[in-house]
Design a protein around this ligand. Structure first.
Ligand SMILES: [Zn+2]
Length: 293
């Protein structure tokens, strides 16, 4: 390998390994150029793209229908909507979500009741992860999956861990095995660009989207530099929790549209399937169970 090729490989590895706060732009780290030698990329993205980006929207929120969906339509992009089964918006308007599916968006699971660590203030009594066991979780997952099928979602299903937590019960036990039984891939909340060689398809890293336009676009630029897969996790859009400004969201989508030759913007599930089929995935140790936030 030439010195230049080796340097580029080091830069790519540094970017892929970044794991910073979601509110800060990732920074390149220096590395010993003699320490890393990569002879070929871990993946070749479709149509010569240099990175993949997935836009995901959690919790079935009203502001997503009002602001994110029109923006996606305007820019000709598709997203993934991870639905809480008991969302009032979903309960009141399932037809809105059927329409999303018909438009090509992916509908994914996010449990029925969104259990999180009971130390979080919004968690209701009896609805914390500490109150769950595998049987209860699997019953609710089956309900959530039935909803998605009823809404028209076909093929392998995607899942997003509520609060990014992959554990339940006391003492905490990983429920990743339950997810592996029923889903094609699952999204977590570790803030990083996904290295296709180590994708952890049942706890895929993702970057919180409540950022400025420049910070959102900076993440995409880093993904292009590294050749990785960048997954954004959005909640509210111009309102509701962990909100991104509609203008910032629109600026990101505009950037993705303008740079579609370089960036493959695709729903979460199809990118996960592509990675599974095409990446040179290196074996990794089993994911540790941990609460993300
Ligand atoms: Zn959620």
């Amino acid at each position: 390998m030439s010195i230049r090729a080796c340097f580029l490989a080091v830069v790519a590895c540094s970017v892929l390994a970044c794991n910073t706060s979601s509110r800060r732009t990732p920074e390149l780290k220096s590395a010993d150029a003699s320490a890393v030698h990569v002879s070929q990329p871990a993946i070749v993205w479709p149509n010569g793209a240099r990175a993949a980006v997935s836009l995901t929207y959690d919790d079935a929120l009203r502001s997503q229908l009002d602001h994110a969906v029109p923006a996606l339509r305007k820019h000709g992009l598709l997203g993934t909507f991870f639905l809480i089964g008991t969302s009032p918006v979903l309960q009141a308007s399932p037809e809105s979500y059927r329409a999303l599916g018909r438009a090509g968006h992916e509908l994914g699971a996010h449990t029925m009741n969104h259990p999180c660590d009971r130390k979080l203030s919004f968690v209701k009594p009896g609805m914390s992860l500490q109150d769950y066991d595998s049987a209860r979780m699997e019953t609710e997952l089956a309900e959530n999956i039935a909803q998605l099928r009823e809404l028209g979602q076909q093929g392998p299903l995607s899942f997003a861990y509520p609060c990014g937590s992959t554990w339940l019960g006391e003492p905490p036990t990983s429920y990743v095995p339950s997810i592996e039984k029923s889903f094609g891939a699952a999204r977590g909340v570790t803030s990083a660009i996904v290295d296709p060689a180590h994708p952890r398809l049942f706890d895929v890293a993702s970057v919180m989207g409540d950022l400025s336009a420049s910070a959102l676009i900076a993440w995409v630029e880093r993904a292009v530099q590294s050749g990785g897969w960048l997954v954004f996790t959005f909640h509210g859009v111009e309102g509701e929790q962990m909100s991104v400004d509609a203008d910032a969201h629109d600026a990101l989508l505009s950037y993705l549209e303008q740079n579609k030759a370089q960036v493959w913007t695709e729903r979460f599930g199809p990118v996960a399937e592509y990675v599974r089929a095409h990446a040179r995935i290196e074996p990794v140790a089993p994911a540790a169970s941990a609460s993300a936030k």
